[in-house]
Design a protein around this ligand. Sequence first.
Ligand code: PGA
Ligand code: ZN
Length: 419
Amino acid sequence: MKIRQIQAYQILDSRGIPTIKCVLTLHDGMRMSACVPSGASTGAAEAYELRDGDTKRFFGKSVTKAINNIHTIIAPELLEKELSCADVDSTLLKLDGTHNKSNLGANALLAVSMAAVRAQACVEQKELYDFIHQAFLFQHKALPSCMFNIINGGMHANNGLSFQEFLIVPKNKQRIIDILDCASTIYHTLKNLLKEQKLSTNVGDEGGFAPCFSKVGFENEQEALSLIARALQQAGYSNSDVGMSLDVAATSFYDAEKNIYNVSGRAVTREELLTFYQQCVDNFSLLSIEDGITESDWQGWQEMNQQLGDKTAIVGDDLFVTDTKKIQQGISLDAANAVLIKPNQIGTVSETVQAIKCAQKAGYKVVISHRSGETNDSFIADLAVGCGADYIKAGAPVRGERVAKYNRLLEIEQALSSI
Ligand code: PGA
Ligand code: ZN
């Protein structure tokens, strides 16, 4: 493909914070775009998100510097050349020159990288998921299972819950429409349950409910899990139909100085945390626990994987930050058995693909994930199908930026079934 023009501009993400939309115009006039998401509970080793820092506009969160980098540094190197999307990524990596993309900004790089993948798919007249599957030589192409975050806590809400995400995972359902039916029914049953108990039905950043929990320690987490279990039952489902998962995001409430976790006003040790997970796995047959231990404690991860890894998926998000080197480290230490994949944690699609492949090769489960600050871009739905991921995690079955991903899966399913 030959790119004639690259235009990037600021749009708002789902939290009302600026992010980048990048539009590529090819020689035949075709235009393809991509939008970049943004996290709140970010891992320390994530790629660098370049923001202006000038507090006069958008409280310092503008991304005009990153956009300027696209226009003045990246575009001149990409225009009017015959390039593949792999060439685009290697140019981006060369131009930036750092591992964490601190020169040009991972948000600048990813916007161009994703748009280039879309553009090449279009040139080759392939659906994006098909192109990803073929161009990156993935072994399987399949619709993933879906994880729906229906109670929000941690940094995505302000409600006394320390754990960040309480998720449901419909099982044994082949069709996406049936998965969505199940998730939506449980979501609305939970809403009614909350109303009955005079609890707020306001939602957090990812569309899950965020009622206030006022107890101390694990009691709040216990209550959230029990509420979901009740909703599940009331909606006519059992544990064998619908699994439950946690994204603890433990780094967000870990006190490094004291080496303890602050769980809703109680100081908790690593061992107490692991005991609680053990109880949760036994009582709620949890399918997965993400970031159950802080990102710096590899030994703690090893312990968790040893204790629980044969019963539940031990998912590394902040631990791995979609970085192949860190995933390799995890594999050699036997610190987890699953990985969360977020393209903006690393900065280009090629590196994201490399991370997925590394995890798949080691037999890790792969979860493709949105960010808490999202746009309506549904790239990750195509990525999940194209790489044959086990799961996609895109928030609650509500709110435009979350359902954009699930609705794209519906579209892909239609296309796949009509072949
Ligand atoms: P984040 O949350 O996008 O705020 O990092 C999502 C997650 O931790 O999985
Ligand atoms: Zn996470």
